[in-house]
Ligand binder design. Structure first.
Ligand code: ASP
Length: 343
């Protein structure tokens, strides 16, 4: 950590900044000043910390508009700060981290999201350690004065994860965030140990660019035994979507009934990009490994590899918003753009 590092601490809401309503008992967001009264520790940092607040919300209310505002803010302030720390609700933190990773191209500074399971004002809060270490990671430089983290990441319960590899795993444990298909970027014990081989590096010297055209005309279809094609046909007949995430079984498998495959083919023929993402938390789609995925491959379903659902949603919105040519979207979906998939 350098004492002259400058950090922009951005508040968007979440449990970390909530307090229990005395009458109803519900958790409601605090405003920024009330939150920072609970954090006198920040004054002890030998760093310049500026703050920026959005209207605090429960992250279940996050929309792509917030992602656009965050990406734009980071873009505008990029040269004024060494790192950015975003306080965010845990429910959708992995979606926001994934979206930012695609929207910010050629990022070479840390963008660290964090939150907590217990509000900052509660005695056993996990929020203080999460914020303090996230700020330290945001300020950490190597011996050449370069930021150690040069990507979007989530810090939670002593671990730093790649943002677009993360998922919310637990609703009630402190280690709420996990990255099942990629090792942690760092672990915080007495020292912060960076996993140097796992860190993302841009090989080019291009300046930061942002992409703020996101296309949310997408849908998710989660398979289950007994799924009725007639119901699907009714649901999707008049639906004007450009992309569909098919949440398949195991390594990307789906029923081989003709009616089901005809339905998926009908969607593809309509011009909808269909992306196969497994329901399993760990492992990868391998189209063609089983007969039950070979047919999907044959009709033009795209493999999501080992991408999380969160990264798949964000990547599809980003690519459908950016590219006009759907063949290009399909090509880019299978590529590893920001470390979101292994191959
Ligand atoms: N509902 C909260 C949110 O995502 C949960 C949390 O922050 O942990 O905003």
């Amino acid at each position: 950590m350098r004492s002259n590092s400058k950090i922009l601490l951005i508040y968007t809401g979440g449990t970390i900044g909530m307090m229990q309503d005395v009458k109803s008992g519900d958790l409601k967001p605090l405003d920024f000043n009330q939150l920072f009264e609970q954090l006198p520790e920040l004054k002890r940092f030998n760093l310049d910390i500026d703050t920026y607040t959005f209207e605090p919300i429960d992250s279940s209310n996050v929309t792509p508009d917030l992602w656009v505002s965050l990406a734009t803010l980071i873009f505008e302030k990029y040269h004024h700060y060494d790192g950015f720390v975003i306080l965010h609700g845990t429910d959708t933190i992995a979606y926001t981290a994934s979206a930012l990773s695609f929207m910010l191209e050629n990022l070479k500074k840390p963008v660290i999201l964090t939150g907590s399971q217990l509000p900052i004002g509660v005695l056993r809060t996990d929020g203080k350690e999460n914020i303090i270490t996230a700020i330290q990671i945001g300020a950490d430089k190597d011996v050449n004065g370069e930021s150690i983290i040069q990507e979007v990441a989530i810090y939670f319960e002593y671990k730093l994860f790649r943002g677009n590899r993360s998922i919310k795993y637990s609703a009630n444990h402190f280690d709420a965030i996990q990255s099942p298909n990629y090792p942690p970027l760092a672990e915080a014990g007495i020292d912060i140990e960076y996993n140097k081989n796992a860190l993302w590096r841009n090989t080019n010297t291009n300046e930061l660019r942002i992409y703020t055209q996101l296309c949310n005309e997408i849908s998710i279809l989660h398979l289950f035994p007994g799924i009725d094609v007639k119901i699907l046909e009714r649901q999707y007949k008049d639906l004007d979507i450009k992309g569909l995430i098919l949440r398949t079984y195991g390594s990307g498998n789906a029923p081989t009934q003709k009616a089901f495959l005809d339905f998926i083919k009908y969607l593809i023929d309509k011009g909808i990009v269909v992306l196969d993402v497994t329901q399993c938390l760990q492992g990868s789609v391998e189209l063609g490994k089983y007969e039950t995925s070979k047919y999907l491959k044959d009709i033009g379903v795209i493999s999501g590899g080992d991408m999380t659902l969160e990264a798949s949603v964000a990547k599809l919105m980003y690519l459908l918003g950016k590219e006009k040519d759907w063949n290009k979207v399909k090509d880019m979906l299978v590529k590893n753009l920001r470390g979101e998939k292994s191959y």
